[in-house]
Design a protein around this ligand. Sequence first.
Ligand SMILES: NC(=O)c1ccc[n+]([C@@H]2O[C@H](COP(=O)([O-])OP(=O)(O)OC[C@H]3O[C@@H](n4cnc5c(N)ncnc54)[C@H](O)[C@@H]3O)[C@@H](O)[C@H]2O)c1
Length: 278
Amino acid sequence: MGRVEGKSALIFGGGQTPGETIGNGRATAILLAREGAKVLIADRSLESAEKTALLIRGEGGEATAIAADVEDEHQVEAAIRACLDAYGKIDILHNNVGASLALGDAVATDLTVEAYDRIFAVNLRGMWLACKHALPAMREAGRGSIVNISSMAARSAYPYVGYKTTKAAVISLTENLASANARYGIRANVILPGLMNTPMAIEPALPRACHAKRSSLSGTAACLSAARWGPGGMSPMPLCSSTPTRRGSSPGCRCPSMVAGASAKAAPLLGNCSARGM
Ligand SMILES: NC(=O)c1ccc[n+]([C@@H]2O[C@H](COP(=O)([O-])OP(=O)(O)OC[C@H]3O[C@@H](n4cnc5c(N)ncnc54)[C@H](O)[C@@H]3O)[C@@H](O)[C@H]2O)c1
């Protein structure tokens, strides 16, 4: 019996930026399905969401995909409704959407007002909107688990204003959600990943020569060092290697949605808890 057997999970950003490695949202969706959840994958890219759903169904799991841009409240609301229509409830809301340089992030002196507003709309407002529209159903059910994805950039010297500021705000948003909704049986937790070997974070930053080396773990670690302050812009911390870990073998794999009782926890997560190679 899986740790989330019979639960329904809605993942915003459950597709991934195209590339060789696996994105966090897709990995989370696959793991939740392996642990018994029925998963609705919402992503701005329907194609990418469908790919995740296909991978899950290929393993015998249950998953559906829907297009939803978190910048648009109506689309967020429609995704929540789709989850309720498909599975009758939302036990787990996982908010994975987030980006930095792809949204025009920059240092304070270079950041434009347009990019600043866009980063806040995608990284922070979208997360609040998903919670806003999922909470009524969770309250009615008297249970629910919200997992928001922040970043270690929130707590470290990250160079770009938009990402660092929104990821710090995601922690406060989650604390607010947890304290305001505990009385309804709803938990809210926030994960602060360190650098993960995902296409969004790593591939744009890697010199071409590094790609060949990444088939070995030592090669990957060397390449991550090269990428530290590259255009991926994702590494505020001393880098850790992205060794894939087996299901349940690492404390980093204990997704808060699967940990009974935890709420308002901000969990730093170093290393990649990958769904690959399991
Ligand atoms: N990869 C890392 O090193 C790292 C480190 C710390 C935190 N994070 C956080 O983890 C999360 C996922 O990162 P990832 O590296 O797997 O990236 P990713 O790009 O693979 O995943 C993000 C997903 O969100 C989707 N998306 C983007 N904008 C959207 C929008 N407006 N509406 C709906 N969907 C949208 C993308 O299509 C993609 O599928 C992000 O919140 C990121 O900030 C990543």
